[in-house]
Design a binder for this molecule. Sequence first.
Ligand code: PLP
Length: 362
Amino acid sequence: MQYQRSFNFSAGPAMMPEAVLEEIRDEMMNYRGSGMCVMEMSHRSKVFQQIVEEAEADLRALMQIPDNYRVLFVQGGGTVQFAMVAMNLMKNGKACYVETGAWSKKAIAEAKKYGEVQVIASSADKNFSYIPDCSDLPIPEDCDYVYICENETIHGVTWNTLPNTKGHVLVSDQSSMFLSRPCNVSDYGLIWAGVQKNIGPAGMAVVIIREDLLRDDLNAYVPTYMNYKVHADNDSMYNTPNCWSIYCCGKVFRYLRNLGGLEEMQRRNEEKAKVLYDFLDTSSLFRAAVVPADRSVMNVPFVTPSKELDAEVVAAAKAAGFDNLKGHKSVGGLRASIYNAMPKEGVEALVSFLKDFEATHQ
Ligand SMILES: *Cc1c(COP(=O)(O)O)cnc(C)c1O
């Protein structure tokens, strides 16, 4: 079959590995002799049980997840996690948040519905272009957890050193960097990631939670579905899960393992991002928005000297086969999301296009 695919720089839903899409295509009409598509299958069937179990096993192997952590596949994407974290982990009704961009702001706004939220550090003073120093923060003794967004998808900043939580539980939103580099799971109480950024089809979050944080004594108003323990006790099968997303994510987990795991992904991602940042740092027209030390290797926001020129680049890029380079509406400018599935050739082609644009727009 002939198909022409564009270089897709979307922040999410985003590119998936072509080899995985082809495998899914080949299994579409009859999954491994089952006589049906995974979309048509009972989630209680043996065939599907095996799909979920393999997906979890591959994820555990990739991240070397310790036995005292549970892996949950939860519907509702990322946004549901903003509420679920607060509902489940606020025991004393008090949590500390670090504000580093649009997605931590959303998490803060949601958590405020359920308890007292202290913003213990923020980079709002410089339009979220850096990660604040979090080595010695004022964390109250009775704080239930410290929350960060480890990669801000819109502002393009990443944590390279985790905050000193002074013994408190660390919660991290890893949505736009999940499986992009090695991760020491034991540093966290809870990690969650909406899968449509760096892994698979939208509509699901992966939650990795330390067992002792699962609770029986939640507030009576907490919906059954919003209780992590319900998901853990039922192996993510309390109700019909997002079967399709689990299946596709499982394929990506296996694919990443076969590529060499997270060390290899980190090597590739850093190499790829360097091509773009090196160009931006020497360009006379374009400029990266984030300080070098805190730059994301997944989401790269950049600007020209004017909004009009920004829009012109986006339009010219689209015509040349580079999709979704427009910056998020809240910040403007341009943004190239270069997740795991973006090949290095895609970034090189983009840089070559930007160079040409620069040469004709001095
Ligand atoms: C996209 C995103 C979310 C929200 O995900 P939805 O599935 O759209 O609710 C949360 N956090 C981060 C870091 C994101 O990139």
